[in-house]
Design a protein around this ligand. Structure first.
Ligand code: NAD
Length: 419
C-alpha cells in the first residue's frame, strides 16, 4: 500500500502525544519532524525512528519540511501564533495542512487563509477533535433525525481548570502569555466546532454577530498566591483575561449560540454542551436528556441510557474497534478525517471556511469586550456561498450530512488503518 507521507511540526505536550497515535496507523508514514526546541525535535524523531526502525529527517526549521518532495501533508500542533504562518506557507508550497486548535490573532489572518486556499486549491483544516466526540456526534445524529424538533439554542464551553498555566509562564509557554495579555474567548473551537455542525453554519446558516463579556480576572493571582506567592515567577503580573467570558452569537436562521470560556477558577472539566429545540433538550452537565412527554413529572432522563440508541453511525462502527486515545477516541477520528481527505484529494470535512469561523470568534470577542460588550459583525468568509453550498465530498467523516449508505456497506474499509 502506498503510504501517506506526513511532515510533523510542533512537538510540545500535545504534538508528542498525538505523534504516538499517528505512527500506529499502518497507512501513514511520518517522514520528517520539526520543533523550534531541539530537545523536543530529537525526542519526537526518536519516537518515530524506534517505531519504524529507520532514520527520519529532523529539523528546527519547518521550511525544510515544506521543500521536501516526499511530504503529502503536514500536521501543525504548534503553539497558537504559529498555526497561521505555517498553514499559509504549507498551502503556498502545495501541501495540505491540518493545524491544532486555538484562537487567531485577526480577521485579516482568516481572510488570508481563505484566499490562499481559493487561489492555490490547497486545503487546510482545524483539527477540532471535539467535532468527533461521541456525544457531540450523537447530537448531530439526533438533530438530523429530528429528535429535538427545531433547534433554537445551543451552548457549550471550554470549562477546564488550567491555573497551572501560571506555572508554565516561566518556561515561556506561549499560551500563558495569551492569557496574560488578551481578554476574550480565547479557546472557542472545542464547543463552537460541534455547535456549528448542529446548526449548519456555512451550510444554509451563518453566524451574523456576537457580543462578549468578561468578568474580572482573579483566579490566576489567587492560585499564584497559594502556590509560591512572591517567589512565583508570575507573581504580581497583570492578568488581562477575565476568569469567565460569555459570548452570545446570533445566527441568520434565528438561533442563539452561547459560549463560556472558564479556565482560571477551580472546577471539574466540562464542555458544557446544550442543545435545545421544540421537542426537547440535552445538557452535558448532569448528563441530562428531556424529550417532550418523556416523563410525566418533567424529571430528567439520563443521556447515558440513550447513547447507544442515538450513537452516530460512525461511532456505532468505531465502538467495535475499542480505540482509546488521549481523548476517548476522537483524536484518532479527526486525524483520519484529514488523512482520508488528503488521500482522496478532496476538501476535508472541516474545510477552510469552517476552520476560520471557529477561530475568528476569539479575536472578535476581544473587540466586543474592548468596546464594553458592543455587538461585532462576523464576516461571511464563504462570500455568500453559505446559502447554497456546492455538494461536499461524501465521506463517513462528514459532519454536516450523514451518509447512511456508506455505513451499510458490508466492507466498511475506513478503519483498516488499525489492522
Ligand atoms: N485538541 C486538543 O484536545 C488539544 C489538547 C491540547 C492542546 N491542543 C492544542 O495543541 C497545540 C499545542 O499545544 P501544546 O500544549 O503542545 O503547546 P506547547 O507550547 O507545549 O507546544 C507547542 C510546540 O510548538 C513549537 N513551535 C512553536 N512555533 C514553532 C515553529 N514555528 N516551528 C516549529 N515548532 C514550533 C514549540 O517550540 C512547542 O514545542 C495548541 O494549539 C493547543 O491549543 C489541543
Amino acid at each position: 500500500m502506498e503510504k501517506l507521507g506526513v511532515g510533523y511540526i510542533g512537538l510540545g505536550g500535545r504534538g508528542y502525544g498525538v505523534l504516538n497515535g499517528v505512527i500506529q496507523m499502518n497507512d501513514i508514514e511520518v517522514r520528517a519532524v520539526c520543533d523550534l526546541v531541539e530537545d523536543r525535535m530529537l525526542k519526537g524523531k526518536k519516537l518515530v525512528e524506534d517505531k519504524y526502525g529507520k532514520e527520519i529527517f529532523g529539523t528546527l526549521d519547518y521550511h525544510e519540511i515544506l521543500s521536501r518532495d516526499d511530504i503529502d501533508c503536514v500536521l501543525i500542533p504548534t503553539s497558537w501564533n504559529a498555526h497561521y504562518v505555517i498553514a499559509m506557507d504549507a498551502m503556498e508550497a502545495g501541501i495540505p495542512a491540518a493545524f491544532e486548535v486555538g484562537p487567531i490573532a485577526s480577521v485579516e489572518q482568516c481572510w488570508d487563509l481563505v484566499r490562499t486556499h481559493e487561489r492555490t486549491g490547497v486545503h487546510c483544516m482545524a483539527l477540532e477533535n471535539c467535532c468527533y466526540g461521541r456525544y457531540e456526534m450523537a447530537m448531530i445524529n439526533m438533530i438530523k433525525r429530528g429528535v429535538f424538533g427545531e433547534v433554537v439554542y445551543v451552548g457549550g464551553g471550554y470549562e477546564h481548570d488550567l491555573r497551572g498555566l501560571a506555572d508554565n509562564y516561566a518556561g515561556g509557554m506561549e499560551r500563558s502569555y495569551h492569557t496574560m495579555c488578551r481578554n476574550g474567548e480565547l479557546y472557542p473551537t472545542h464547543e463552537l466546532g460541534p455547535m456549528m455542525t448542529y446548526l449548519g453554519i456555512n451550510h444554509g446558516n451563518r453566524m451574523l454577530s456576537l457580543t462578549s463579556t468578561s468578568t474580572k480576572a482573579r483566579g490566576l493571582q489567587d492560585y499564584i498566591a497559594k502556590h509560591g506567592g512572591k517567589e512565583h515567577p508570575m507573581y504580581g503580573k497583570q492578568i488581562n483575561n477575565g476568569d469567565i467570558t460569555t459570548t452570545v452569537i446570533k445566527c441568520a436562521n434565528g438561533e442563539n449560540m452561547v459560549l463560556t470560556h472558564d479556565i482560571t477558577l477551580p472546577r471539574a472539566y466540562s464542555r458544557g454542551g446544550r442543545v435545545q429545540g421544540t421537542n426537547g433538550i440535552w445538557m452535558e452537565d448532569g448528563n441530562h436528556l428531556y424529550l417532550d412527554g418523556m416523563n410525566e413529572d418533567h424529571s430528567w432522563a439520563n443521556m447515558d441510557d440513550y447513547i447507544d440508541k442515538y450513537d452516530h453511525p460512525l461511532w456505532k462502527k468505531y465502538k467495535e474497534k475499542d480505540v482509546h486515545d488521549a481523548h476517548g477516541g476522537m483524536d484518532t477520528l479527526v486525524l483520519r478525517a484529514f488523512f482520508e481527505s488528503v488521500k482522496n484529494h478532496e476538501a476535508p470535512p472541516i474545510d477552510v471556511y469552517d476552520s476560520v469561523c471557529m477561530m475568528v470568534v476569539s479575536c472578535l470577542s476581544e473587540q466586543s469586550i474592548a468596546m464594553g460588550s458592543m455587538p461585532v459583525p462576523i464576516p461571511d468568509f464563504t462570500n455568500g456561498k453559505w446559502v447554497k453550498r456546492e455538494e461536499l465530498p461524501k465521506s463517513p467523516y462528514s459532519l454536516y450530512e450523514i451518509h447512511d449508505d456508506l455505513f451499510e456497506k458490508k466492507s466498511f474499509k475506513y478503519f483498516d488503518f488499525l489492522k
